[in-house]
Design a protein around this ligand. Structure first.
Ligand code: ADP
Length: 517
C-alpha cells in the first residue's frame, strides 16, 4: 500500500496538514527522513517511552533497541520499508529507563513522485499489558496442566473407588431388596432414612432416594396399618432406646391382614456411638397358621391318645395290684413293662402338647403375687414320696423374710417341679437335693442343687434343646422325654428371667433360675 499524501480536493492544504498532525499526535508515533533520522515525535510517544521530543530528534530509532531482536530482524525490516512496503510486527524496545516495552509497530514509507522515499512514519501500539496477560494465561495453563497430571491418577483412583462403592451399594440394595423381611433404617432423631422393597410391598409405600417419603407421612401411614399402632410406633419407630428392642408379634390390618414379628436392632458407628436403629418386620402369618394347625393336630392326637392310655394305665395298675387274681412272675414282668411304657407315652403326650402350645404362642402367663416359700413347700410335699423311695433328703435354704414375687403360680410350680423331679431322678439313692432362695438386687434367684450323676460339658451344651437326653446309661435307665428342660426354660423366660446350670460329672448339678422382682 502506498500512502497518498496529496490532500483531497475538498480540503485546503493547511487544513489537511493540521488534520494529519492531529491524528499523528493522538497516537505514539515518530517521523524520520529516508535515512531513518528522527525528525519529529508525538507527545504520546514521549508518554510511552519517557523520551521528550527534543531527546529523540536527530537520533535514529537504534536508541530504542533492546537485545531481544538480532540484526537479521532489523535488516529484513529495513529492506521491507526501503522497498516502499509497510512493515508490520511486534517488537520489544527499551524505554528511557531501560525497561522492556512490548509494542506492535507499523512503519509506513512515504514516497514523492520522482524523488522516491522521503520519510518513514512509525506508529506504535503498547501491547505490554496484553503480553503480560498472555504470559499469565500461559503460566496458569501450565499450572493447570501440572495440576491435571497430578490429579489424573487420583481421579482414576477416586473413580475406581466410587465404582466399587456403587457396586457394593447395588449389591447391598439387591440383597436387602431380595429379602422377604421388611427393613427400615431410622436415625437417632427418628427420621426414616431408608426402607427396602419388602417394606414398600408390605405397606404400599414408595421409596426413591431423591424424594423419600417424609417421616410424618410414614408414621400416619403406619397408624392405619396396625391394630396397636401407637405401641408399634413408640416401641420401634420413635423409641429412644439404643439397645436391641425385644421381638414381638403384632397384627397388621391394612392393606392386608398379617401377623408381623417386629424387632429393632441398634446401629452404631465405629466409635460405638448410637446413630439409629434398623427395624425388621417379618411376615409370620403362614408360620403362625402352620403352627396353629400343628397345635390343633397335636391336641387332637393327644386327646385321642389320652383316653386309651388312661384305660391301659388303669387296667395294668389293677392287674398289678392283684385285682384280677394272682399273677405269675412272667405276667408281672410283662405288665410292669406295659405300665412303664404307657406312663412314658402319657408323659410324652403331655410334654408334646405343652411344647406345641408354647411354640404357637398360645401360652400366656398371668402374673400375680405369689408366696415363693409356699410354692416350694407344695412341690416338696408332692415329690417327697419319690424322694423317700430313693432315700433322698430334700432340704431348703430360704430366707426368713417374706418372699412375695410376681409370677404365674401354675407355671412357677411347673418350673420348680421339673427341676426338683430331675434332681431326684438323676441322683442315686441316699443323695441330697437342696433348694436355695437368694434375694438379688433386681431378681430372686432359686437354685436346685443335687448330689447326683452330674453332666458332661457336651450335655451342658445341648441341655436345653428339645428331646436332648444325656447318653449316660443311668439317664437311659430313667424314664424321660427330653422336653422338660426346654419347657422349663421357656416358662422362666416368659417371666422375664433366665436359667443357668453348673455341673460336674459324678458330683452333682445346680440349676439356678431368676424371676425379676
Ligand atoms: P428328661 O428328664 O425327661 O429326660 P429334661 O429336659 O428334663 O428331660 O432333661 C434333659 C436331660 O438333661 C436329661 O435327660 C438328663 O440327661 C439331663 N439332666 C437334667 N437334669 C439333670 C440333673 N439334675 N442331673 C443330671 N442330669 C440332668
Amino acid at each position: 500500500m502506498i500512502l497518498t499524501v496529496a490532500p483531497p480536493s475538498t480540503l485546503r492544504h493547511e487544513e489537511w496538514e493540521y488534520l494529519i498532525h492531529s491524528v499523528l499526535s493522538a497516537v505514539p508515533a515518530f517521523i524520520t527522513d529516508s535515512n531513518g533520522i528522527i525528525l519529529w515525535g508525538s507527545e504520546r510517544f514521549g508518554d510511552l517511552t519517557g523520551y521528550s521530543v527534543a531527546d529523540i530528534v536527530g537520533m535514529t530509532p537504534e536508541i530504542f533497541k533492546s537485545q531481544v531482536h538480532d540484526n537479521r530482524f532489523y535488516g529484513k525490516l529495513w529492506k521491507t520499508i526501503t522497498k516502499g512496503k509497510i512493515w508490520e510486527g511486534q517488537v520489544t524496545n527499551r524505554d528511557r529507563n531501560g525497561s522492556l516495552l512490548h509494542l506492535r509497530l507499523r512503519i509506513i514509507p512515504f514516497k514523492k513522485r520522482k524523488q522516491g522515499i522521503t520519510h518513514f512514519i512509525a506508529l506504535y501500539e503498547d501491547i505490554t499489558r496484553e503480553m503480560e496477560l498472555q504470559e499469565r494465561l500461559k503460566q496458569s495453563e501450565e499450572k493447570q496442566n501440572e495440576l491435571l497430571t497430578t490429579l489424573m491418577p487420583l481421579m482414576k483412583e477416586l473413580k475406581e473407588a466410587t465404582t466399587a462403592l456403587e457396586n457394593a451399594r447395588t449389591e447391598k440394595d439387591a440383597i436387602l431388596n431380595a429379602t422377604g423381611e421388611a427393613m427400615v433404617l431410622i436415625s437417632n432423631q427418628h427420621d426414616i432414612l431408608w426402607f427396602n422393597r419388602s417394606f414398600e410391598d408390605m405397606f404400599l409405600v414408595q421409596y426413591t432416594s431423591d424424594s423419600s417419603i417424609t417421616t410424618e407421612a410414614l408414621h400416619s401411614h403406619l397408624q392405619k396399618a396396625f391394630e396397636n399402632a401407637n405401641e408399634v410406633l413408640s416401641k420401634y419407630f420413635t423409641s429412644t432406646e439404643s439397645t436391641f428392642t425385644e421381638q414381638a408379634t403384632y397384627t397388621q390390618v391394612w392393606p392386608q391382614k398379617r401377623n408381623l414379628e417386629i424387632y429393632a436392632s441398634p446401629v452404631k458407628s465405629k466409635s460405638e456411638e448410637y446413630i439409629g436403629s434398623l427395624v425388621v418386620l417379618r411376615d409370620v402369618t403362614r408360620e403362625r397358621e402352620v403352627e396353629r394347625l400343628k397345635t390343633e393336630f397335636i391336641s387332637h392326637i393327644t386327646h385321642e391318645f389320652r383316653t386309651p392310655l388312661t384305660s391301659i394305665r388303669g387296667y395294668t395298675e389293677m392287674m398289678l395290684d392283684g385285682d384280677t387274681g394272682e399273677l405269675s412272675d412272667d405276667q408281672r414282668q410283662f405288665l410292669n413293662t406295659v405300665s412303664r411304657n404307657a406312663n412314658y407315652l402319657s408323659d410324652l403326650v403331655n410334654d408334646l402338647l405343652e411344647v406345641s402350645k408354647i411354640e404357637s404362642g398360645a401360652v400366656r402367663i398371668k402374673l400375680v403375687e405369689v408366696d415363693l416359700r409356699s410354692s416350694i413347700e407344695d412341690v416338696i410335699e408332692r415329690l417327697s414320696p419319690q424322694a423317700s423311695e430313693k432315700r433322698i433328703r430334700l432340704q431348703t435354704r430360704i430366707p426368713k423374710s417374706p418372699l412375695e414375687i410376681k409370677a404365674d403360680p401354675n407355671r412357677l410350680s411347673q418350673i420348680l417341679l421339673n427341676l426338683m423331679s430331675n434332681a431326684i431322678k438323676y441322683t442315686k439313692e441316699g443323695g441330697r437335693v437342696t433348694v436355695t432362695v437368694r434375694k438379688r438386687k433386681s431378681a430372686i434367684a432359686v437354685s436346685v442343687e443335687d448330689t447326683g450323676i452330674g453332666m458332661s460339658s457336651e450335655d451342658l451344651e445341648h441341655l436345653f434343646e428339645k428331646f436332648y437326653r444325656s447318653s449316660n446309661p443311668y439317664v437311659e435307665s430313667v424314664r424321660g422325654t427330653g422336653l422338660g428342660l426346654w419347657i422349663t426354660k421357656s416358662m422362666v423366660e416368659m417371666h422375664g428371667g433366665s436359667i443357668t446350670v453348673e455341673s460336674k460329672v459324678g458330683k452333682g448339678s445346680r440349676f439356678t433360675f431368676t424371676i425379676p422382682r
